[in-house]
Design a binder for this molecule. Sequence first.
Ligand code: NAP
Length: 314
Amino acid sequence: MSDTEVENIIIIGGGPAGYTAALYAARAELNPLVFEGFQWGGQLQNTTDVENFPGFPEGIMGPEMMTRFRDQAERFGTRFVTDDVDKVELTDGGIHKVYLGDEVHHAKTVILAMGAEPKRLGIPGEMEMAGRGVSTCGVCDGAFFKDRSTMVIGGGDSAMEDAVFISKFASSLDLVHRRDEFRASKIMQERAESLPNISLKTPWAPEEFVAGEDGALEKVRLKHSESGEVEEIPVDGVFVAIGHIPRSELVVGQVDTDDEGYVKTEAASTKTNLAGVFAIGDLVDHTYRQAVTAAGSGCKGALDAEWYLRDATF
Ligand code: NAP
């Protein structure tokens, strides 16, 4: 496509939301173009068994599921660019521009589906030992810690869910939270507390992940939030479960976002404050962040874009 041609729909993001939007848009004969990112497939690329996506009673591996999503969108003519968008120039009801370096693509509608990524603590050792004892995905990596000592950091539902899952494998699990009160729902907290190999440790905050001689995690240095006392706990694996950050940096300042950076959409729709720009999936979702909810919102995004195009006078 030359610089002056105008796409009906550009979708930015290659997770369950983006691919579902592409499927719907392609079947509506809108010939969508998806910038799926260099690491296409989204967070499910880092997941093993997915057992909660309806239609797969035996479960399916995350990467295999994303390949199927992608294939299904491709079957109806979706075009993919396996690269990261550098810049966008969004308008209110006009033609939008999407840049890959100096290459510009024009579109009547843009669907934002960039997803979210796990929050990091920002302490020494965290990045250095990623995959060597430090993980942000309990569901992905919990099974590697069979009969080993583990720790989960966080006080929300994600931390509780990770702890319950990992405790099926681990011999022991310290659930470390920086306050005495948990943000998690009562039921999730009680479920974690009831398990014999889980111990709650509050109010302690992690200060450093310390490596052993082999470079893998050996212990976690914690600091008491009130007394300042420092303690080192030997563990084989630590899971950081302190929430997610929406990947909205590309559009912050152009579309309305909330205090945490999630793109704001009109109630019960995927419309942003800019006409012709829609947002879907984890980029807008504080709460559910499931493959099935992201896919559902992808469907909504494509339909919203289709209806917008039907009524627009370009
Ligand atoms: P969250 O509710 O925002 O909780 C994040 C936790 O991490 C908080 O307890 C927070 O501590 C702690 N934290 C944040 N930054 C930290 C730091 N730098 N150092 C130490 N601790 C830090 O996030 P979430 O648990 O991912 O849940 C997000 C949403 O998804 C929630 O609405 C949740 O209900 C939902 N969710 C639901 C389920 C389920 O129902 N199955 C499962 C997972 C998630 P403070 O409390 O001190 O701020």
